[in-house]
Design a protein around this ligand. Sequence first.
Ligand code: NAP
Length: 332
Amino acid sequence: MEHRHLGRSGVKISEIAYGNWITHGSQVEEDAARACVAAALDKGISTFDTADVYAGTRAEEVLGRALQGIRRESVEICTKVYWPAGDGRNDRGLSRKHIMESVSGSLRRLRTDYLDLYQAHRYDSETPLEETLRAFDDLVRQGKVLYIGVSEWRAEQIADAVRIAGQLGLDRIVSNQPQYNMIWRVIESEIVPLCEKEGIGQIVWSPIAQGALTGKYRPGQAPPAGTRATDPSGSGFIQNYLRDDVLSRVEQLRPVAAEAGLSMPQLAVAWTLQNPNVSAAIVGATRPEQVRENAKASGVVLDQAVLRRIDEALGPAIVRDPERTSSPPRRP
Ligand SMILES: NC(=O)c1ccc[n+]([C@@H]2O[C@H](COP(=O)([O-])OP(=O)(O)OC[C@H]3O[C@@H](n4cnc5c(N)ncnc54)[C@H](OP(=O)(O)O)[C@@H]3O)[C@@H](O)[C@H]2O)c1
């Protein structure tokens, strides 16, 4: 497993990270969750991503239990705040009150004294950015959080955060967590150039398009049982990738992966890692074999001819519009 700097910060993270959205505390039982975490650690994955909102806070608990007994210094634990983590009117968003309360819950559930990376899970248009950045900065000063980042923020929102932090002498964000894969490339035109300039790394989510880039979903066929597409909590999220026009394009990646000597999931993960602004690709998994397979994408270099063939194969299925990066206009 190779490691990369988290943006231009001093800390290094594994270039393949493991995330537990939809899986831990929901789609998979605890023993499968533990087996996936064990496989990740065994393959050198040291970076783990979760969120307070995943499985209604149960995902953090499962990850906390699975990492118990591991030398704390050997892993990087990343979580997030913004989406509702309770029923109360203040159990959401990026107010000072919710950030301070949510971090306490995350630390308790993850069984740790500090988080390596704390991320704003979306942009909160109802809280002044200065309030959020000051609360994050306080957490850094208190030692509860080592680095701060954001997720799915637009380029202008990231630019504002950098400017305000500079003016007020507050801790700077080191990362952004966007969706990024061979199909979903909306960060490339605005966010990546800005982040390269500002030393902010991308920790990208759904590098395999939630499983759609594995080739296991075939156009015109029902999705196989035991996959995200058939899971009650996951099926709604993956639907956009399961359109026949998209899947028939994905079929054309088969020979490209085979000739590169990679499986389809490995090609997908390796593709995201060719972008030097990517600090890590966060893979999800329901079985330890998937973790082991995906981890082999670390260190793979794809040559220009392969990259060109991928673009040709996917053609109009590729989404590039930067306007597709968005946060809810009001808090959920
Ligand atoms: N910041 C955000 O807003 C945000 C949003 C979403 C995700 N995330 C983060 O990103 C992480 C990864 O997202 P994701 O789970 O969508 O990523 P992904 O790696 O694109 O998809 C993971 C899913 O694909 C299937 N899969 C993975 N490897 C496979 C393999 N080798 N062969 C066949 N199927 C395979 C598995 O589902 P099945 O076995 O069920 O088919 C697995 O759960 C999340 O856990 C979370 O930490 C963040």
